[in-house]
Design a protein around this ligand. Structure first.
Ligand code: 13P
Length: 331
């Protein structure tokens, strides 16, 4: 039995982060299609191979979150992806939620599903080598109307139930209440919603006896909405993001990781640098790092185009971004 506190600390080890390689098959196909690449099971396996079977990623990655399909797939040489990662000293993780559906009574909002049968699924993920897990809830901002308090509370309760089951199953839960970038809201409104969503999550965890010293929080940065025509300066993002986190995340939580959420790779790098710099200056209590998907992948996807002859260029682009994002942790 691994020690959960130790695993949580290892995932946010200094100078390292987490790659979110966990899009569902449908989302992964959409990503491939966006880049003009063919879709389907084998192309998705190839996509994982391009970004996971890369010499040297272990210098920057403490963990990789996989989806259920990838957990059971193998690299070209037949090594299962979780084993390939473990051999590099990278912790394999698994996204365990089953996506979202409209929230009963508030159809413009989403609730995350996947609790039914979760304990049996967790046992099989653990047996397949997963050491940590992720559950994503989604909050949409629309003026002062959304998210509703009920959406925050219902999603928080499920996040807490999930975290309890995962700790019982001997893995570290990552709780991700994502506040979407879509919308015309201000950065301060995003800050307020991040704070409220995390407050709801910690209240629900207290009710369900979750050990908050054996988990990680995954959050959005506080940013003006993508439809607001405002681009925030990195120092503004850092101030608002850390204010939201200081107000809502207890000091004994072992780490906080950020999603990129549709920011460009450059924005996600510069904002992370500003956040970690400010956190160091202010003596923030938790280690902070990245858990990006799009910001780490998109340049490599552009270079790959689904063609074998482009794999070296795709991996070089990915590694270049990975090393810039990693450097942002101490910039
Ligand atoms: P992005 O970095 O592309 O937002 O993905 C991270 C993630 O895991 C979202 O659930």
């Amino acid at each position: 039995m691994y020690d959960l506190h130790e695993t949580a600390r290892a995932l946010v080890a200094p100078g390292k982060g987490i790659l979110a390689e966990d899009e569902s098959p449908r989302t992964a196909d959409a990503r491939l299609a966006e880049h003009g690449i063919a879709t389907g099971t084998e192309m998705r396996r190839k996509y994982r191979e391009v970004f996971l079977d890369v010499p040297g990623i272990e210098a920057s990655l403490a963990g990789v979150i996989l989806c259920e399909e990838t957990l059971g797939q193998a690299a070209d040489d037949g090594t299962l992806f979780p084993e390939l990662l473990a051999r590099k000293g990278i912790l394999p993780g698994i996204k365990v939620d089953a996506g979202t559906e409209p929230l009963d009574g508030s159809p413009d909002e989403l609730i995350t599903k996947g609790l039914i049968g979760l304990d049996e699924r967790l046992a099989s993920f653990r047996a397949a080598g997963a050491r940590f897990t992720k559950w994503r809830a989604v909050m949409r901002i629309e003026g002062d109307r959304l998210p509703t308090a009920r959406a925050l509370v219902e999603n928080a309760k499920r996040l807490a139930s999930y975290a309890h089951l995962v700790q019982q199953a001997g893995m570290v839960p990552i709780l991700e209440p994502e506040v979407l970038l879509d919308g015309s809201h201000s950065r301060l409104r995003a800050q307020e919603v991040i704070d409220a969503a995390l407050h709801a999550v910690f209240a629900a965890m207290a009710d369900q006896a979750v050990d908050r010293t054996a988990l990680l929080v995954k959050t959005s940065m506080a940013l003006s909405g993508s439809g607001s025509s405002r681009t925030d300066a990195p120092d503004e993002v850092a101030e608002s993001t850390l204010d939201a986190l200081k107000a809502s995340v207890p000091a004994d939580v072992p780490g906080i990781v950020f999603l990129s959420g549709g920011q460009t790779p450059e924005q996600a790098t510069e904002n992370l640098a500003a956040i970690t710099r400010r956190a160091r200056e202010a003596g923030a209590p938790w280690p902070l790092t990245f858990s990006y998907e799009r910001a780490l992948h998109s340049e490599g996807m552009d270079a790959w185009k689904g063609k074998d002859e482009n794999i070296p260029a795709a991996r070089a682009a990915f590694l270049a971004r990975l090393s810039r994002v990693t450097a942002a942790l101490t910039a």
